[in-house]
Design a binder for this molecule. Structure first.
Ligand code: AMP
Ligand code: TRP
Length: 342
């Protein structure tokens, strides 16, 4: 087989395990929407198969959570005419290719995954096999489309590294040089790791028990302003320059959020706001956040009030996704030597 370079193709996914927060928005979805101006037909998936690796929310909740993420994608500007938007379980290729990749990935690789360790907690014996295999399925999500670029937040760097290793090892072990592209993470911009508003050493996360630790996409203007006003900070005013924030993670996080919303670098934000007390900086940040998030919560509610329309969009996206993924699976099976049904 001769190696041909793979054309650029963007893929990313989000788990339907509860509502999205500002970290997901600034670190992922906002950038997914922006890529539509650069990339033809990026693929954005609601990864429902992944969502059951660490527990089941219940039948109704599962479907609701999936529609909520779809609504969030749409409300944040993902346009189903320009992107492929669908939920993973509608395209069986993900699970089929995921199996093959489970046979490519090594136990030693999986054992290094920090997300598994975090999610499995102290009693890893009780974690599901699916949680362990999660990164192999993630590799399948990406490689089923021969995707070359994957926009994600910093916390996904290790999983992306594993996807790269899987692509390389498959191509090598199954004597198919260049068949799968080696995908590149796109971890760019200032907001690749937004921290909790209550603890600057922890990332903002859906699983944090304190709702005050995060700004949800569904929060109204008053709630957003209140959460910023109450965000943990130290008593000192902002330093004059960015260097002065090196050991002040909570302050740095607020400056980072400001920068992400205003399209500036954190250093530029400091030119304008350096030296200010938080009693001045927090209201400025709250105004900016409210202005920039204006309309997202309402748009989400509008989409969610019409679940049938969301389902139509997802099905249409899944049809297109299957069109792309099925030939890749067929070729993969041929490479492995599986005899097809005649
Ligand atoms: P998840 O909600 O874990 O499925 O994550 C969805 C996307 O949001 C992934 O690309 C994550 O890397 C990104 N993400 C999650 N939390 C944060 C955060 N605190 N800061 C920046 N990006 C994040
Ligand atoms: N593991 C990712 C997360 O927790 C979600 C995900 C699943 C994903 N499959 C993917 C991200 C493929 C990018 C590409 O955020």
């Amino acid at each position: 087989m001769t190696e041909v370079p793979h054309p650029r193709r963007v893929f990313s996914g989000i788990q339907p395990t509860g509502g999205l927060h500002l970290g997901n928005y600034l670190g992922a979805v906002k950038r997914f929407a922006e890529l539509q101006a650069i990339d033809a037909e990026p693929i954005y998936c609601v990864v429902d198969l992944h969502a059951i690796t660490a527990g089941w929310a219940g039948r109704t909740q599962m479907a609701e959570d999936t529609r909520e993420i779809a609504a969030a994608y749409l409300a944040c500007g993902i346009d189903p005419e320009r992107s492929i938007l669908f939920n993973q379980s509608q395209v069986p290729v993900h699970a089929q290719l995921g199996w093959i990749f489970s046979c490519v990935a090594r136990l030693g690789w999986m054992n290094r995954m920090t997300q598994f360790k975090d999610k499995a907690g102290k009693n890893a014996e009780k974690a599901s096999l699916g949680l362990y295999a999660y990164p192999a399925l993630q590799a399948a999500d990406i490689l089923a489309y021969h995707a070359t670029h994957v926009p994600v937040g910093e916390d996904q760097r290790q999983h992306l590294e594993l996807s790269r290793d899987i692509a390389i090892k498959f191509n090598n072990d199954f004597d198919a040089p260049g068949f799968f592209p080696v995908p590149e993470p796109i971890i760019e911009g200032v907001a690749t790791r937004i921290m909790s508003l209550r603890d600057g050493s922890k990332k903002m996360s859906k699983s944090d028990p304190s709702d005050m630790s995060r700004i949800n996409l569904t929060d109204d203007a008053d709630t957003i302003a209140k959460k910023i006003r109450k965000a943990k900070t130290d008593p000192e005013p902002l330093s004059e320059t960015l260097d002065g924030l090196a050991d002040r993670p909570e302050a740095l996080n607020l400056v980072t959020i400001y920068a992400a919303f205003s399209g500036q670098t954190p250093a530029q934000v400091m030119v304008e706001h350096g030296g200010q007390p938080f009693s001045a900086f927090k209201p400025a940040l709250a105004d900016l956040a409210v202005a920039k998030m204006d309309g997202i919560a309402d748009a989400m509610r509008r989409y969610q009030s019409d679940p049938a329309e969301i389902d139509r969009i997802l099905s249409k996206g899944a049809d297109r996704a299957a069109e792309l993924a099925e030939p890749v699976l067929k070729q993969t099976y041929e490479i492995v030597g599986f005899i097809p049904r005649g």
